[in-house]
Ligand binder design. Structure first.
Ligand SMILES: Cc1cc2nc3c(=O)[nH]c(=O)nc-3n(C[C@H](O)[C@H](O)[C@H](O)COP(=O)(O)OP(=O)(O)OC[C@H]3O[C@@H](n4cnc5c(N)ncnc54)[C@H](O)[C@@H]3O)c2cc1C
Length: 442
């Protein structure tokens, strides 16, 4: 039976849900508040003469499901060897991986993410920092690991649920390694959503799911309030928009859902992109791990001949809040000072051409970077992901339960999961009908 679904949001999860439903012969409409698709995947081609990523940067894992579209497009990718291609600040100087191996405890650092799967949770959930402390790493390695975890999870290890991270380490199937999409990450999402009916500049304000059909109230590009109806709705808006009640639900969401939404956290993320007249860092270095205001700098041009000399600061958690609390000019100044300190000279300032700050905190349709789980809140992602009355379905990176939350491939998987739930709820056979990859069955 052909049913009618509205998908709210045309990021990775929404595009995946839409393309899977359409491939199953369902009628689907996507409503997207922005003037573009992709959400937190946002490739920019206007700042420098090559594609640069304002949001998601890497495919995390050599088996992540995103590879389907990489292969379909024959898109070039650049592997970023984890840890071995990084440089590390230590005692006021940058050290190569080989040099860092000489520090006490450093050898353990690259294995820690996998070791979390074996963490002892016998006495219940606890924070990542407790587990890290038990490892008794030597101080420089301990400090480095704490900063790396805090930056990538957008919060201090003391705020991270060990149970959630251990679960992720056990269940995810995406493999290892990080990869850049040479032509831009957005190409993959464009392929995923090709041909889908998407209404851009259309922000959903309210959903009445009292009875079928579900009523969706939105503001269209002309500023008019419109009402659409559907058999069911897939909600993929970022966690923070649910937390801040950007969409009014009638009836209100059940208490268990509200609790799950409020117990999850949205981390702060900021990027600085600094362009130089020529590179002053070593070409074999993909990423700089610093001990100052900027925890991580990476080189988008790593192994990409002809890419302009750009360094990107990827900053999460407290450091991101600090960078966001000042003006853009001051934030760039903090970045430049950090580079001069790291390199021990004024060359970065002398070669500086232009820069900008990308604040995901100030982005009205993201209001943060990505989600994390605090100690004791493990399970909240599962509750958030549960459908309601076969009318409301939930997808998006915060709803990942069996893969990697906070990633593009994880978000895609949730969109496909929501499509599967819809088809199963209406008695359709998922396996027979879905041709993953977005082929239309029309
Ligand atoms: C700085 C940064 C770096 C990252 N780096 C990586 C990385 O290297 N690798 C990786 O895999 N992941 C990375 N991520 C995470 C990844 O980008 C996200 O997990 C993923 O893109 C989320 O997809 P989504 O569909 O769940 O949400 P989104 O992409 O946020 O999509 C939700 C959509 O809903 C829309 N929307 C919101 N409110 C409304 C409304 N009221 N009405 C209509 N539409 C609405 C939004 O505009 C948006 O398009 C990064 C994220 C950030 C912020």
């Amino acid at each position: 039976m052909k049913r009618n679904t509205i998908v709210i949001g045309a990021g990775a999860a929404g595009l995946a849900a839409g393309s899977a439903l359409r491939a199953a012969g369902q009628h689907v409409t996507l409503l997207e508040a922005r003037n573009r698709v992709g959400g937190r995947v946002w490739t920019d081609r206007s700042f420098v003469e090559q594609p640069i990523e304002n949001g998601a940067e890497f495919i995390h894992g050599d088996r992540a499901m995103t590879w389907r579209w990489v292969q379909g497009l024959s898109a070039g990718t650049v592997p970023i060897p984890k840890y071995t291609s990084y440089a590390y600040e230590h005692q006021g100087q940058l050290h190569s991986y080989q040099q860092a191996l000489q520090w006490a405890g450093f050898q353990q650092v690259p294995c820690l993410e996998d070791q979390i799967a074996q963490a002892d949770l016998g006495a219940g959930d606890r924070c990542l920092s407790d587990w890290l402390a038990e490892l008794n790493l030597a101080p420089p390695a301990q400090h480095l690991v704490g900063r790396l975890f805090a930056n990538s999870h957008l919060t201090e290890p003391a705020n991270l649920s060990l149970a959630d991270l251990a679960h992720e380490a056990k269940v995810h199937q995406a493999g290892h390694g990080n990869f850049r999409v040479a032509g831009g990450y957005d190409r993959l999402l464009a392929a995923l959503g090709a041909g889908l009916p998407i209404q851009l500049n259309t922000a959903v304000q309210a959903i009445d799911w009292q009875q079928a059909p579900v009523k969706v109230v939105a503001v269209n590009p002309q500023g008019q309030t419109i009402e659409l109806t559907a058999d069911q709705v897939v909600i993929t808006v970022p966690l923070s928009l649910l937390q801040q009640q950007a969409i009014a639900f009638t009836p209100a969401l059940p208490q268990s859902k509200i609790q799950a939404i409020q117990s999850l956290r949205m981390g702060a993320a900021v990027k600085l992109q600094l362009v130089f007249s020529q590179p002053f860092w070593q070409p074999e270095v993909s990423l700089l791990v610093g001990l100052g205001a900027i925890p991580v700098w990476w080189a988008p041009g790593y192994q990409r001949p002809g890419f302009p000399p750009v360094l990107t600061a990827f900053v999460g958690g407290q450091s991101a809040l600090a960078l966001n609390a000042v003006s853009e000019a001051e934030a760039l100044e903090i970045g430049l000072n950090d580079l001069c300190r790291l390199f021990g000279n004024h060359v970065p300032r002398q070669l500086f051409d232009k820069g900008r700050r990308i604040s995901w905190l100030d982005d009205p349709w993201a209001r943060g970077g990505y989600s994390f789980v605090t100690p004791g809140a493990f399970g909240a992602r599962h509750v958030l992901a549960q459908p309601l009355a076969n009318r409301l379905f939930f997808a998006g990176e915060a709803t990942v339960t069996d893969s990697n939350p906070a990633t593009v491939h994880g978000a895609i998987e949730t969109g496909q999961r929501a499509a599967r739930e819809i088809l199963q709820s209406s008695g359709e056979l998922w396996e027979r009908q879905i041709r993953i990859g977005g082929d239309s069955a029309d």
